[in-house]
Design a protein. Structure first.
Ligand code: B12
Ligand code: SF4
Length: 507
């Protein structure tokens, strides 16, 4: 161990999944920004995606090995033994673990335990929305020394410098740690957060194990048959969102006193910076960009400009998250809103062959209460939008509907099923019904704990879209599952239901 030349490892933990889920490798932007920042500061850093393993591990021994665990979830990625050997060999001073998914909490803590078993002196840190929201659990485990509570593009270097000096974490901000057995949370100072996104470090995409990702052999981010795999990478042109849906992390991040910092507001990179990033990705052989913005389509002119330039570079584009149907609505006759054909066309031309169509609910009351009222169904006909996108523009649209809000009635859920049916008839590829999950880090989580819908010691392993985790809901959990299963089969085409069943990736 050398305090002068610290050796840092950043790691995406192995994954645990339901048997119907498609395994996906790590490689999210979180650690790529941190690795970029450390490298810019001349700090030695390695990146390990434990879902696919290190260079000496085969995919058969990691990504494709599904091991059933006692909790009923299958685990993929490096085994405890492989991780131990890797840590022993690397002799890392600091190990940073990404924890953005609650459903992967156990995996993150397992990595921390192994790191501490190999060397109790290693500084083990974790960050990401989940680690922050569950900071007490992480710290009380005894295997995590420090949790970052916000964006850490600047903070990560401060953490390493503090470790180098052997100084107390008390002098840092945006971190949580144990002091005399109590959790201490240091507030986020505004200067810790990068307001001008052009000043962010360039994500260290070159450290991703692209060779392994290429060899997985299927498009790991798309469930749709027929989408050709090509080298892909995540990119974000913005952070935050102009909405604040209660089930989303942004709801708790729009507030000057938020523990995660006031980071939920929409911040944009300049187009020049975005194109610089695209050039870098292209030089790494990437041909398929996954735009992971929370609200990619918010600024039409800007997005159009980006799409046009990317198209000229002959790159494929997908988006996994940030489509908001409200952005396709333009004023029409009699105070109604109509689909923005031009915007859809631009997306299509940019290679946007498919996108997620997040209706969320057919009940305006639910949309207003939980989803920022982002859609006004009395003014905007989403079935017509579906028709235009699929039948006129030839795009694939995958519908998401949420059911099981605490006070949602069965009648309101059935409204959603009816709308889903109409969307399929209008051309949707398929509809997925997600059971509402109050993820830690969202306002819904806080409300669920306060309202007695979730107990303080809830099991993170159950935090997935298949399981109702809330109790005391107006429609009981058992009935929500019945309705979901019936609705999925009732709404989707028999061919789709059959193909999902045969591939074990249904629902
Ligand atoms: C990309 C993404 C995905 C991709 C992930 C691809 C992959 N390779 O794993 C896909 C599509 C597969 C996906 C799936 C899911 N996702 Co998702 N996803 C995202 C998304 C849009 C972007 C993540 C990202 O890159 N952010 C940008 C980076 C820069 O921010 P960051 O991750 O927060 O990292 C910063 C800090 O947190 C901190 N930090 C992070 N890690 C670390 C580590 C250390 C050591 C330190 C010091 C700091 C630190 O510093 C970073 C830089 O500033 C987020 C939303 C969001 N805006 O974050 C949702 C999000 C993470 N997903 C979410 C959900 C719910 C899911 C699903 C459950 C959806 C579903 N119904 O199936 C699944 C779960 C998958 C799983 N493995 O379990 C939730 C998570 C909530 C939770 N508490 O679990 C989020 C927050 C969205 C939301 N609306 O709330 N997702
Ligand atoms: S529109 Fe999407 S990203 Fe924005 S707050 Fe709502 S759920 Fe979150």
């Amino acid at each position: 161990m050398s305090r002068q030349d610290p050796k840092v490892l950043l790691i995406y933990p192995p994954n645990q999944l339901m048997d119907i889920e498609i395994p996906r490798p790590g490689g999210t932007l979180s650690l790529l920004y941190l690795a970029g920042a450390l490298r810019d500061a001349d700090i030695e850093v390695n990146l390990l995606d434990a879902t696919v393993g290190s260079e000496s591990d085969s995919l058969q021994d990691t990504f494709f090995r599904r091991v059933m665990q006692p909790n009923g979830l299958t685990r993929i990625g490096m085994s405890a033994g492989q991780l131990r050997a890797y840590f022993e060999k690397g002799k890392y001073d600091i190990i940073g673990i990404s924890s953005i998914f609650t459903s992967q909490t156990r995996m993150a803590l397992q990595v921390a335990r192994i790191a501490k078993q190999v060397n109790p002196e290693t500084l083990v840190i974790s960050g990401g929305g989940n680690a922050q929201a569950l900071s007490s659990r992480f710290l009380v485990s005894g295997d995590v020394d420090l949790v970052s509570t916000s964006e850490s593009d600047n903070l990560i270097v401060h953490i390493v410098r503090a470790w180098q000096k052997g100084s107390s974490f008390d002098n840092l901000d945006a971190v949580a740690f144990l002091k005399d057995g109590q959790v201490v949370t240091k507030p986020v100072r505004p200067e810790t957060i990068c307001r001008n996104l052009d000043e962010l470090p360039i994500p260290a995409w070159d450290m991703l194990p692209f060779g392994k990702y290429d060899n997985i052999g299927f498009s790991t981010r798309s469930n749709t048959p027929g989408v050709e795999p090509s080298r892909y990478a995540p990119i974000m042109t913005s952070r935050g969102c102009q909405f604040r849906c209660l089930y989303c992390h942004n709801s708790e991040e729009k507030n000057p006193t938020s523990e995660r910092g006031n980071i939920g507001h929409l911040r944009l990179k300049s187009i020049e910076r975005v194109m610089q990033e695209v050039e870098i990705l292209r030089s790494l052989g990437v041909r398929h960009l996954y735009f992971e913005d929370d609200s990619l389509l918010a600024k039409k002119e800007r997005t159009t400009n980006i799409f046009r330039q990317v198209t000229e570079m002959d790159m494929q584009i997908s988006n996994i998250n940030g489509v908001n149907l409200a952005h396709f609505a333009i004023p029409g006759p009699e105070d109604k809103l109509v689909p923005d054909q031009e915007y859809l066309e631009i997306m299509k031309q940019a290679g946007f062959g498919e996108f997620v169509f997040p209706v969320e609910s057919a009940s305006q009351r639910i949309l207003d209460k939980y989803a920022s009222g982002k859609l006004d169904l009395s003014r905007f006909d989403v079935v017509e939008l579906m028709r235009v996108a699929t039948q006129e523009k030839g795009m694939k649209c995958l519908v998401n509907i949420m059911i099981g809000f605490p006070d949602e009635t069965e009648e309101e859920m059935l409204q959603g099923v009816e709308l889903a049916k109409q969307l399929i008839d209008a051309g949707a590829t398929y509809v997925t019904f997600f059971i509402v999950t109050p993820f830690p880090g969202s306002k819904l989580f806080t409300q669920a704990i306060e309202g007695g819908y979730l107990s303080e010691d809830f099991d993170p392993d159950r935090m997935n879209w298949k399981n109702p985790v809330m109790r005391n809901t107006v429609v009981p959990p058992k009935r929500i599952v019945e309705l979901r299963d019936w609705a999925w089969e009732h709404v989707n085409t028999p061919e789709y239901v059959q193909s999902r069943r045969s591939h074990q990736i249904g629902g």
